[in-house]
Write a protein that binds this ligand. Structure first.
Ligand code: FES
Length: 148
């Protein structure tokens, strides 16, 4: 028999506000049972799903994408290590892309990002005459392209 926890207990343990938990439930990302009083009761393994949701949001997945990922887990039992492993195997490329983006973001704080401002001394070297504008809108060296 799986231990059931109140929304307050789940909120405290997960660090996620009760309102966000209700929102996740509305979106079908987590499910609860109703006690005789009508209050939500969550099986303890829901904590792992919540951790997954929070992490997935941090790496940029939309709630819809998260829902699609969670739908791959077995609906009527706590997921096993193998279930989670199958899920995470599709994430590696995404996480790698996110790491690369964050590294560009960090480097871009002091470097020319090809945004068209031409406000740093380095812009004259990296983006003379706003050459980056030919690559498309936005901060081109931040988004993807690198200076020639
Ligand atoms: S930082 Fe804006 S064009 Fe160089």
């Amino acid at each position: 028999m799986t231990e059931l926890l109140t929304i307050g207990e789940i909120s405290r343990r997960s660090g996620v506000a009760a309102s966000a938990l209700r929102f996740y439930e509305e979106k079908g990302l987590i499910t609860s049972e109703r006690a005789g009083t009508g209050h939500r009761r969550y099986p303890r393994p829901v904590l792992r799903r919540i951790a997954f949701i929070v992490f997935a949001q941090r790496i940029g997945l939309t709630l819809e994408e998260i829902g699609n990922e969670l739908a791959k887990l077995p609906p009527h039992r706590a997921p096993t290590r193998r279930d989670w492993s199958r899920l995470s195997s599709t994430w590696t490329a995404r996480i790698d892309r996110r790491i690369a983006e964050l590294e560009r973001l960090r480097a871009g704080l002091t470097e020319c990002i090809g945004c068209g401002c031409l406000s740093l001394e380095r812009c004259q070297l990296s983006n003379p005459g706003d050459w980056a504008a030919r690559l498309g809108p936005g901060p081109r060296y931040w988004v993807a392209d690198r200076p020639a």
